[in-house]
Design a protein around this ligand. Sequence first.
Ligand SMILES: CC(C)(COP(=O)(O)OP(=O)(O)OC[C@H]1O[C@@H](n2cnc3c(N)ncnc32)[C@H](O)[C@@H]1OP(=O)(O)O)[C@@H](O)C(=O)NCCC(=O)NCCS
Length: 254
Amino acid sequence: MMDAQQYATAMWQTPPRNLTIATDAVHVWRVDIPALLGRVPRLEATLSATERARAARFRFLEHRTRFIVTHGVLRDILGRYLDIPAAQLELTTNAYGKPILVAPEHAWLQFNLSHSGDLILFAITRDRPVGIDVEQLIPPDNFTRLVEQFFSPNEYAALLALPEEKRAAAFFAGWTRKEAYVKALGMGVSLPLDQFDVIMDPDAPARLLADRRHPQYPETWTLLSFIPAPGYTAALAVEILHPTMTFYHWYPRI
Ligand SMILES: CC(C)(COP(=O)(O)OP(=O)(O)OC[C@H]1O[C@@H](n2cnc3c(N)ncnc32)[C@H](O)[C@@H]1OP(=O)(O)O)[C@@H](O)C(=O)NCCC(=O)NCCS
């Protein structure tokens, strides 16, 4: 049995030089922000004027740096699949803020990203909606209010049915699974969070149990929980029934 540290380290591979992605595949990329602080100017140079303006609006250097690293690395990753220089990619967002590629010929490349603490995760698919969420395991002060506000009655009941010592882990499992799903659908939290149920038990395989707006989705969607690094949990939602998962550690290309 591997511990969390080994598990987190063992699964992250070095990406091949020429990247391709199949329709049943999900590629997850991980970035550790502190390791990249020396790269910030080079990553910033690839951002669009709009992204640079957005970066400049952050009041705290830490937030500005995280934004630059996130969007610089996102451009690099997308550029690897499309074989286009990072700075030449055109990105926009949908009506709810989900980043997407502008060019119709690039629309097959679907992606989503999440950041928490020192980590950034990206999920990439071909033509399949995907969402990802990572959370650093710092229990919130307003735990009870968040549970009441964000989980469905079924999820709330499932959480309370768990032994007390498992509830904090169940909160993060449920939270990341729900976030990943709403992010995959592209609507963020404008999607009513009580309209669908996920498995709350952190030790059970993640699954979409019901979506009252889309009753057939549990048959076609996969949720997956994983530990991206010690002290964090992450979840992914994708409209592929049995996705082939690959995990890449992002390093700058020389
Ligand atoms: C914005 C939101 C999509 C994710 O926010 P978050 O969990 O705080 O932050 P994450 O780091 O996981 O994700 C942020 C990234 O998601 C992407 N994103 C933004 N809007 C999105 C949307 N509608 N759909 C998918 N992805 C979106 C962006 O890339 C964003 O990063 P960027 O601003 O650097 O570009 C949204 O779900 C939200 O506001 N969440 C707040 C938390 C909440 O209420 N959760 C309840 C869940 S149980």
